[in-house]
Design a protein around this ligand. Structure first.
Ligand code: SIN
Ligand code: FE2
Length: 206
């Protein structure tokens, strides 16, 4: 089922069934073995994010006090290349966005019971027409979706395990964030909490 929340925001509730969620989780766990979750820090202040992160793909999103928000091709701690994005993710991108070029980065966010992500725009990509595709695994989350200006009214969507959400023009640059997760609302992850994967195209491409 596909629901248009508003032009530029398409929602696919439980697009991934339990089997596909477990398959994706297996890929994810292997990737995290190679590229462990790290705590990014805010540019300037060095304040530590409550969300832990890692990436798959050719490039990954990182942030720290000294150099701020950016994409780079290596893990900030291990200094190694990011693990590959599984074919499954490229196939999902093709199926649901039909967009070329393909995504280059898949940001992995992990939320524990007290993690949140403030209202922000995804603005570090050079390709701002490409969709952003987000996949949720594990506990439910209260996702806040606003408009193109910070002060625009917002709405709340409850994102559950297996849900896919796409932001694309005219809402590609919408403000969004996670108010909190709902601990214990899914049994997919033994450790509890929530993973969110966001696939992005960074460079303009061919
Ligand atoms: C993000 O904005 O990077 C993550 C959104 C989410 O966790 O659903
Ligand atoms: Fe975001």
């Amino acid at each position: 089922m596909e629901i248009e929340i508003t032009p530029g925001c398409r929602y696919f509730p439980e697009f991934l069934n339990k089997t596909s969620q477990r398959l994706l989780l297996d890929h994810l766990k292997k990737a995290l073995h190679e590229a462990p979750l790290f705590y990014p820090t805010m540019p300037g202040t060095g304040k530590v994010f409550s969300v832990r992160m890692s990436n798959m793909g050719e490039i990954g999103w990182v942030s720290d006090k000294e150099d701020g928000y950016r994409y780079q091709d290596t893990h900030p701690k291990t200094k190694k290349s990011w693990p590959q994005m599984p074919d499954l993710l490229h196939e999902l991108w093709q199926e649901l966005t039909g967009f070329t070029p393909q995504p280059e980065a898949c940001l992995i966010n992990y939320y524990n019971a007290s993690a949140r992500m403030g209202l922000h725009q995804d603005a570090d990509e050079r390709h701002l027409q490409a969709p952003i595709m987000s996949i949720s695994l594990g506990d439910k989350a209260r996702f806040r979706l606003g408009g193109l200006k910070r002060q625009d009214p917002t709405r709340t969507l409850i994102l559950s395990s297996g849900d896919i959400l796409i932001l694309e023009p005219p809402l590609r640059m919408a403000y969004h964030g996670i108010d909190r997760i709902v601990p214990g609302s899914s049994r997919l992850l033994n450790e509890g909490g929530r993973f969110n994967l966001t696939m992005r195209r960074i460079t303009p491409g061919p």
